[in-house]
Ligand binder design. Sequence first.
Ligand code: UD1
Ligand code: F6R
Length: 365
Amino acid sequence: KKGSYDHFMQKEIHEQPHSLTTTMRGRLKDGGVLLGGLKEHLKTIRRCRRVVFIGCGTSYNAALAARPFVEELTGIPVTMEVASDLLDRQGPIYREDTAVFVSQSGETADTLLALDYALENGALCVGITNTVGSTLSRKTHCGVHINAGCEIGVASTKAYTSQIVAMAMMALAIGSDQISSQGRRNAIISGLTRLPSCVSEVLKLDAEMKELASSLIDSESLLVFGRGYNYATALEGALKVKEVALMHSEGMLAGEMKHGPLALVDENLPIIVIATRDACFSKQQSVIQQLLSRKGRLIVMCSKGDASAVCPNGSCRVIEVPGVADCLQPVINIIPLQLLAYHLTVLRGFDVDQPRNLAKSVTTQ
Ligand code: UD1
Ligand code: F6R
């Protein structure tokens, strides 16, 4: 079943041009979006007081990547909940809320308990899942199957990118009654149609990421700085590295750098800075300058052709990625980090598909 690949995680990373195509198949129609599973509920969602995203691990990170464009395209306030934390706090959920549950397996215990809680509180409950017939799919009022195909590697890869794309289509569908943002929606839809070919292009960085991995093999820790659309990329990249390569890694909001993390910076600690083109670009340029002035060991991810704009004197390593619509850039940017985590794991001699202590579906609390 792995075909020409050595591991499922590797196969699933390289499968993403195809899995993203199947996520979108039949759903981008006549310049608009048609999600059969949400059609009847769009009016209710448009009237809701807020959207609450709920999930665990990678699925939470996918929702975090979706938050900025859901807010932008719908105008509805979005809050984020890690499922276990919502349960621990018994946080407020109201009838006027739309609670969106994100889960690859659709069987994660914490997510399902949070679903029961939101149902009891009368919220409209929407599922985003890869598993038709799962408990999540059956218990939610409506939802979207991401159709990424079966994911076997314990580390979630192709489900993450398909979840983001499914939520982008959801945001487009909810916002489709807003005339003033038609131009923006058209640009995102054309970005979605170009996405599989951009993913094929970024996958060509495989050898470069293997080489980067070999330079990091003995590091004790790896930081990843992102902001805006790519805050989630930082968290998800770091989660991949820690869960499969068994290396300490933290994703951080670059805007928080001066409020603590800066103290860690020295010439040994590798730091990945995500600085692709979007409204936050100049802020990331200044983050890079501040890290370099403290002799930080930087690896900068930037848009194609921007190497000298992010790193004028050549003192950092640069990963150049193809550009897509800014809000879809997280789908591209996570891929080099998935490849890095994969190669780091193989080079360090650990089990890629069955990381220590982890299970594919966490059905206990
Ligand atoms: C559906 C069919 C698909 C078919 C297409 C043709 C299924 C599972 N899907 O896809 O095979 O090609 O019509 O038009 O038969 N749902 C939830 N919670 C979730 C996920 C989904 O309640 O977490 C519900 C949806 O609201 C919907 C149903 O499950 O009622 C199917 O969802 P989805 O597969 O996303 O719908 P379509 O894309 O229309
Ligand atoms: C990370 C990973 C986990 C899952 C989490 C939620 O690669 O796989 O963090 O994302 O256990 O699982 P689902 O999405 O099935 O609810």
